[in-house]
Design a protein around this ligand. Sequence first.
Ligand code: NA7
Length: 545
Amino acid sequence: MVSSNDATLNNKLSSVTNYDVAVVGAGFAGLYMLYRLRDKGLSIRVYDAADGVGGTWFWNRYPGARCDVESLEYSYQFSADLQQEWEWTERYAAQPEILSYIQHVADRFDLLRDIKLNTRVLAAQFDTNKEYWDIETDEEGSVSAKYFILATGPLSSPFIPDILGRDRFIGDQIHTGRWPKNHIDFSGKKIGVIGTGSSAVQCIPIIAEQADQLTVFQRTANYTVPAGNRSLDPELQTAIKADYTGFRRRNDKTLGGFGSVYPTYDESALDASDEQRQQRYENRWSTVGGLLYLGAYDDLLTNNEANQTAAEFVRQKIRDIVNDPAVAETLTPHSLIGCKRICCGTNYYETYNRNNVRLVDISKSGIEEITEQGLRTSDEEFDLDYIIFATGFDAMTGAILNIDIRGRSGQSLEEKWSDGPVNYLGAGTSGFPNMFTVVGPGNPSVLTNLVCTIEHHVEWIVECISYLRVNAISMIEVTPEAEESWVLHVNELAENTIFPRCNSWYVGANIPGKPRVFMPYLGLPSYKERCAEIAQNGYIGFTLS
Ligand code: NA7
């Protein structure tokens, strides 16, 4: 038992503690970083503001939360035993199952003893004389560490729009990315959901089944493709486990590191007849589904005209599924498909045929204000018991910049990235020595099977730190030239595709005032080749001193 005196002593001890490495975040990235660094004999402290491990999967507990990459892929591969032991139950794992998996990993590899939960990292400043980072936390005071690692996750800083009157509402307001742990019973209640991105698409059908009345406030229509979730066939699981390494290797060769079991075609959509295209799209829609719908032809991500054929197929599906033509029209997107992440749904469009669900188009005038009883648009007032903000995240940079990070010359990272994140390999930025961002901006991250991309990035960073130690190098820092050309390279790769052609969170367009820069690197295999080449040649693009 710890007495209050012991606790005070503990605080004092930790306030003077030096670590080799301080890591922010105890999700997939932070846990694996801890595991790997510990293996190298380093002292590590991992901080997380949550009261449990899991990162994204700790916070996103909203009804229906589910990964859009298949469970047998969206899992660690570093331990063959772990891979064999863990039994997934569904094709796409739901949030509770992923969280149990992460908790299991933390227990199995004895990770918790180096993790300080309920502790937010507030600030970090590089001390040039000591060549150490001074890190300020809310619960553990100040600590210092040779290396400062941000494993903060690309989608972990919730965005709530600044709508007039938010503090007036007497009901409950919840952001999907900060869903409470307690079960919420929506029966008999009037619910308003703001937003129609992936989180909304997943929770709307489930809330609709419980609520008295559900009103969805849509600013932009999005493409939803059925996820095709189902119980995982035990025979399929056994077959994959019989050659998990081969399965992973085949995935590694794909652009995003997943989906290699499904056929891809070296054909243009524009060379096929209408009938052939219909058949192909129908097959992708009903048997593959989700993000891989766009694997139907090889130019859907590059050619607008080809892309529109796949988009039109989904538009027709919406018209077929939704009974009321006016509602169907409001739900129909007219942009390219896939340049905003496709939403993976289950009964999403069908939900709008329910009598207790109403879609409100706010594309023209938005929500004017939140009132005591609900909210008001320019035409109407809505009484609500709950307002659910499914309004997304300040993606890729938000969680990093929530910390006041100051580099070698005292410059803040926020200031440095004021025109957009300038980051090399998604791993680091000039002026901020001995600081690493795991799957930071400029890494393929969100365009890939993130767990495996995290593993690759963690291994690369850990090998880099080992190299520094073995060679008695005390500082590593990205050069300004390397990061500038990397940002250009990342954007050039994207320019040949549809990705920068929409207002998505990939380009920061969902956050008012955020500079428009395409942030993820497109193409996992070439990214990995570049990383290997850079390391093999003594860390090109970094200054080692
Ligand atoms: P998203 O995909 O960013 O969706 C956010 C939604 O919220 C989207 O429909 C937005 O409309 C809407 N939004 C944002 N601000 C407002 C305001 N001010 N008024 C009305 N509606 C607004 O976030 P998700 O959480 O769904 O998904 C994020 C990722 O997590 C997802 O891609 C998966 O990878 C997992 P907009 O389109 O901007 O008009």
